[in-house]
Design a protein around this ligand. Structure first.
Ligand code: OAD
Ligand code: ZN
Length: 254
């Protein structure tokens, strides 16, 4: 591993305040949750258009719910990994760090990161298809949950293909794309929009980008560092380096 590049990345984090982090399925891979694309990706074995679109739900709500109950069961058994916890450490050191995740697994919640945006929703949420009443639902196993208020069918509180992301998520996304000084992109193939556009906007402004992904996804021009490793391996090391820089300045101040 190139220690130098890690130190440069840490110095970039040290020097900037407005840090944005975008995460994707790759950050949860080491927790044992399969990613969507790639060799063993979910969309290799299942067709997204049968399971994760409004049309699929209209056609066969029972099948779609079966899929999401299966996903819930899978995720309930998993835990945040060292990459999720490294981001909590980053936030403690750099308090203006803001996080947007494409993941619906809630592992950033469970790691204790605090406030962040789930731009594709949350797996353990039910939303009424008629009156929009919603609830968090961690345990229930109903085949198709019904709204306690109006009796209509509920749907999973996630964003499906062809749907737009929630308004609040849009606003956060746009603010970060305009304002962040440094963007970290972790574990995302960057093919699903609008998430994929974030690094493009940030690069256009000539702001800094650090990408963590065992596979290269975008070209690294300009002020970019690419760390081609698994997030659970490299992120804790990166934050160790950042901590060292904080310690050094404290010693100099004394
Ligand atoms: P993808 O499955 O498309 O991409 C996962 C990325 O993580 C790939 O680029 C992998 O190389 C990388 N990766 C794998 N293991 C990793 C590890 N241990 N550490 C770091 N990176 C690793 O997932 P997303 O980009 O998140 O949409 O997919 C975007 C959206 O497409 C998802 O949010 C979901 C999906 O369909 C919705 O749910 C609406
Ligand atoms: Zn209702």
């Amino acid at each position: 591993m190139d220690e130098n590049i890690l130190q440069v990345a840490a110095s970039w984090l040290f020097q900037h305040e407005k840090i944005a982090v975008l995460t994707g399925a790759g950050i949860s891979q080491e927790s044992g949750i399969p990613t969507f694309r790639g060799n063993d990706g979910v969309w290799k074995h299942y067709r997204a258009q049968d399971l994760a679109t409004p049309e699929a739900f209209a056609r066969n709500p029972e099948l779609v719910w079966e899929w999401y109950l299966y996903r819930r069961q899978l995720v309930r058994e998993k835990k945040p990994n060292p990459a999720h916890y490294a981001l909590v450490r980053l936030k403690n050191l750099k308090q203006k760090t803001e996080l947007i995740t494409q993941n619906v697994d809630g592992l950033h919640r469970r790691s204790g990161f605090g406030e962040h945006t789930e731009m594709h929703g949350y797996l353990f949420r039910d939303v009424c298809t008629r009156c929009s009443w919603e609830r968090e639902d961690y345990e229930s196993h109903e085949k198709i949950p019904h709204c306690p208020r109006c009796g209509s069918m509920m749907r999973p509180g996630v964003v499906w293909f062809g749907e737009s992301i929630p308004e609040k998520a849009w606003q956060h996304f746009h603010r970060l794309s305009r304002e962040c000084e440094l963007l970290m992109v972790i574990g995302t193939s960057q093919v699903v929009y609008p998430a994929a556009a974030l690094s493009q906007y940030v690069r256009q402004r000539s702001a800094y980008v650090i990408e963590i992904n065992p596979e290269l996804t975008t070209s690294c021009q300009g002020k970019s560092i690419y760390l081609g490793y698994k997030a659970g391996f490299i992120l804790p090391k990166l934050i160790d380096e950042l901590e060292k820089l904080f310690k050094k300045t404290r010693e100099v101040d004394r």
